[in-house]
Design a protein around this ligand. Structure first.
Ligand SMILES: C[S@@+](CC[C@H](N)C(=O)[O-])C[C@H]1O[C@@H](n2cnc3c(N)ncnc32)[C@H](O)[C@@H]1O
Length: 195
């Protein structure tokens, strides 16, 4: 649940994000975090399944990880987050600890392509929020880690439609999935693996 520690860290990260945008800090140095309503949506998905196993690709400073982990904690699930920027990894650890979510979220620092190739874990929910040009290849690596009923949520499919229309079209054409574009904030492609 969104306890006081979680709310405090989320509010601080939202203030920092706004201040950095106003100051014109380049994208690569900002958190590029999801919108708060997308966070609420991810919280609901993560909270909806007993013992949920969540994989997050592109964790930045932990804003979306905190939403996911506070949802997963409700029924004893956990989140595995992937991030390759060392500065963001340090901030992620500080923020997740400050939110009191260490027990429910773990960070693997390094290139997601290498991490995903090496993992044999399976997941119930994958949140894809890395570089848009990489979505197709990252999806291909995450797909074998999902069993029937597993969900993939990809952010930015409407804000970056010129890059990601092909991603949405490919998911919607895949007979092993049911996929829909949800026009929430920057646009989410939600794909469920069929039996
Ligand atoms: C849009 S930001 C993620 C924002 C985060 N999900 C949030 O809402 O707080 C994308 C992140 O993906 C990371 N990233 C991009 N490509 C990656 C890769 N191949 N492996 C690991 N992390 C990657 C970037 O460093 C960046 O922090």
């Amino acid at each position: 649940m969104l306890d006081e520690r979680v709310r405090t860290v989320l509010a601080r990260l939202e203030e920092e994000d706004l201040a950095e945008r106003d100051a014109g800090v380049p994208g690569a140095q900002r958190s590029r975090q999801i919108a708060p309503t997308t966070g609420r949506f991810l919280f609901a998905l993560a909270a909806s399944q007993d013992g949920i196993e969540v994989l997050e690709i592109g964790a930045s400073r932990g804003y979306s990880s905190i939403w996911l982990a506070s949802g997963a904690r409700l029924l004893g699930g956990r989140v595995l987050s992937l991030e390759h920027d060392p500065v963001k990894c340090t901030a992620w650890r500080e923020n997740v600890t400050a939110a009191g979510l260490d027990e429910w979220a773990e960070l693997i620092a390094g290139d997601a392509f290498a991490t995903l190739t090496a993992t044999e874990d399976t997941f119930d929910l994958v949140f894809l929020d890395a570089e848009k040009d990489d979505y197709e290849r990252l999806f291909a690596l995450a797909r074998p880690l999902l069993e029937p009923g597993g969900l993939v949520v990809a952010d930015n499919v409407l804000s970056h439609v010129e890059t990601l229309a092909a991603y949405s079209a490919a998911r919607q054409a895949d007979a092993t999935l049911s996929s829909v574009t949800v026009p929430l904030d920057r646009g989410l492609e939600i794909s469920v693996v069929l039996g």
